[in-house]
Design a protein. Structure first.
Length: 280
């Protein structure tokens, strides 16, 4: 992958309409010469994202912190989608206008990058995950900060055809996919959950099963086999613990040509805090 310096111009023109943009790209330039490169690394150990970013990031990348920028609040914890107003503020600060293409990367197999990419694509904005993330970059990293020119971004509501609520996931007519690790699906590990188990009727499709050992998204034919093994390709509602893993699976479904699906925004952070039935 070649080095890429993000341009400072912020044209709203893009060669990709939102739904037609590829889900993953090999280089930021694959989404157009003015695509904004965003570092979305996320530490499960709670290390500040800015520390890793300042120590070294892909040339031209701006920083987006998952914890402070991309999570809402569900049941008193950081989880779920941010409000439209909060996301608009973040995008404006990063210099990402409504029509600007975005390429995001992380060092976690794409799950953090997918969270931002899914949000933008749901809003009709061209966005893609940098396949393989930071590990595939062979050049010198840039240290220090990249300060984008801020822009004004209007808040856009989350579209009803891409986001599901609690009422939707308890409907018998909806296929539910749980994107958490299998042990959490079976209720064997609940480090931060109010209750253990999964939503009754949900099938398990761990988001990491959609990428290879190098953190690259599986090709469409292999993804279709994985999805079929998990219970079929029908349109789904997907959830995980906070939403990011579910967004990754939804992007994988789209990449495989199996439809966009819907995100259960509250995910287990919301469902687990209710008194609704759970399965194990």
């Amino acid at each position: 992958m070649c080095a890429h310096e993000v341009t400072r111009r912020r044209s709203t023109a893009s060669p990709w309409p939102g739904p037609g943009a590829p889900v993953v790209v090999d280089t930021p330039a694959d989404l157009g010469p003015e695509a904004v490169l965003v570092d979305v690394r996320w530490s499960a150990e709670g290390r500040p994202a800015r520390d890793a970013y300042l120590a070294g990031h892909l040339p031209g990348a701006v920083l987006c912190d998952v914890e402070t920028d991309l999570l809402g609040t569900v049941g008193g914890r950081r989880a779920g989608l941010p409000s439209p107003e909060a996301l608009a503020s973040v995008l404006g600060r990063l210099g990402i206008a409504a029509g600007t293409a975005v390429v995001a990367y992380d060092d976690l197999g794409g799950v953090a990058a997918a969270w931002l990419v899914w949000m933008l694509r749901a809003l009709g904005q061209p966005a893609a995950v940098l396949d393989g993330g930071l590990a595939r970059y062979a050049g010198d990293l840039q240290t220090g900060d990249v300060a984008p020119a801020p822009v004004v971004v209007e808040a856009r509501p989350w579209p009803a055809d891409r986001v599901a609520d609690l009422a939707a996931v308890v409907s018998p007519d909806v296929r539910i996919v749980d994107a958490r690790p299998l042990d959490r699906y079976h209720g064997l590990d609940q480090p931060a959950d109010a209750r253990s188990g999964h939503i009754p009727g949900a099938v398990s499709l761990f988001w990491r099963d959609t990428v290879d050992a190098d953190g690259r998204l599986l090709p469409p034919d292999r993804l279709r086999a994985v999805v079929e093994g998990a219970g079929g390709p029908e349109p789904v509602v997907c959830y995980c613990g906070t939403g990011a893993g579910a967004a990754h699976v939804l992007l994988a479904l789209e990449h495989a040509g199996l439809g966009a699906g819907r995100l259960y925004a509250g995910s287990w952070a919301e469902y687990g805090a209710t008194d609704l039935p759970v399965a194990r």
